[in-house]
Design a protein. Structure first.
Length: 389
């Protein structure tokens, strides 16, 4: 979730967004009761398109839409074109629940995809389960959603437990024996703090201090003062969105020397963050759960960049690439479901994928495994927001 070249303007509020003929359009309830007709498949999305975390939703949707555009131009899936109906939840779980109910009850979507954030997914899942509507590839890696198979929930991205394991094992390998954790004061932050503490114990890395930070925090000076006193070997950040910049601004200004590590959701607009932080993004180590968007040697990345050029998509980021991969995996499940498309056949289609590589990106599904990918790498930001291995 990094290196974003530009952003598409979005319309805030509760209305569905009209962004492309036949793909994202105003919702209507006059098609099939389960979101499928002879010519269309309607997919629903509630995500954050306004406020300080909007880059996640905007970029994720852009990548999903890009591959759906490619599929629709080629005639669709088994003769049906894909429509994506989206609503802005502004990162508010209550709005997510309202939007999800609308998508299921009024828009009659076939499935849901592209949701963002732990609390928002938690608000939506009971509604999806009750209605028997599949939830595919939320931008959520929280472990609690993955330990037990949920028939209606499928992931693509690696879990945050795998990201944190990669970070903690790396720190242990290079001889760092103590850390402090700065975490988002939310369901996402608290849940993954617990995972981080468990992993640190496994690797015999001591957690000296933990510090909560509000999503809308304007400064992090108190947290930085605490870190300066604790003197950890490294600082692990479990945060997402602009609050990461707020923390890094005050951390760098204080001159605290401990290296910084973040989850993949820490930085979305890397170029913008680098500029706003006046180059002080340099040195931040991040977990990545997809290949770099410039790694054309990877077939799925080459396809993504080809489609960006063909369809004029200006957004180019890790999150957009993740969305593109998500849509491609989803379409594979739809194809396997066959011409007589039902939610049961879609679930069976996904579970039939097994262990494979889609455009050389590894995923694995079965009736006992809905977790998708285990791909995690570590990269480091340069001054201009570019990433280096």
């Amino acid at each position: 979730m990094k290196l974003s070249i530009s952003r598409r303007a979005v319309v805030a509020g509760g209305a569905a967004l009209a962004l492309g003929p036949g793909l994202l359009r105003q919702a209507s309830a006059d098609n099939g009761t389960n979101g499928v007709t002879d010519t269309t498949i309607r997919i629903g999305q509630s995500a954050v398109f306004s406020g300080p975390a909007k880059d996640f939703g905007i970029d994720y949707r852009a990548g999903i839409k890009l591959y759906f555009d490619r599929v629709n131009k080629s005639g669709g899936v088994n003769g049906r074109k894909i429509e994506l109906v989206t609503y802005d939840d502004a990162y508010d779980p209550a709005k997510t629940a309202t939007n999800t109910a609308k998508l299921i009850d009024e828009d009659k979507v076939f499935a849901l995809t592209g949701y963002v954030a732990t609390g928002n997914l938690a608000a939506a899942m009971p509604l999806a389960e009750k209605a028997g509507v599949p939830m595919f590839a939320p931008l959520v890696g929280t472990t609690s959603f993955r330990t037990k198979v949920n028939r209606y929930l499928f992931h693509v991205r690696a879990g945050y437990d795998l990201e944190l394991r990669k970070i903690i094992s790396h720190l242990s390998t290079i001889g760092i024996q103590s850390i402090a954790v700065v975490y988002q004061d939310s369901a996402f932050g608290k849940s993954n703090l617990a995972t981080c503490e468990e992993l640190a114990s496994d690797y015999k890395v001591k957690v000296l201090k933990t510090f909560p930070l509000a999503i809308a925090a304007e400064d992090a000076k108190q947290v930085v003062t605490g870190l300066a006193e604790a003197k950890p070997g490294a600082v692990v950040m479990i945060m997402a969105g602009r609050m990461v910049e707020v923390f890094m601004r005050d951390y760098r200004a204080n001159g605290v020397g401990s290296p910084l590590y973040t989850l993949s959701v820490g930085i979305t607009d890397a170029a913008g963050s680098a500029k706003r932080l006046d180059g002080k993004l340099a040195g931040l180590v991040t977990a990545s759960i997809v290949p770099p968007p410039q790694a054309l040697r990877v077939p799925i990345v080459a396809d993504y960049q080809r489609d960006r050029a063909e369809f004029g998509e200006k957004i180019d980021s890790y999150t957009a690439l993740e969305g593109y991969i998500v849509a491609r995996v989803m379409v594979e499940g739809l194809r396997r479901a066959g011409k007589t498309l039902t939610r049961d056949s879609f679930i069976a289609g996904l579970e039939s994928i097994g262990s494979t590589r889609i455009g050389d990106f590894p995923v694995e599904y079965s009736a006992k495994n809905h977790n998708g990918s285990t791909f995690v790498d570590l990269e480091i930001y340069a001054r201009d927001g570019q990433l280096r291995r």
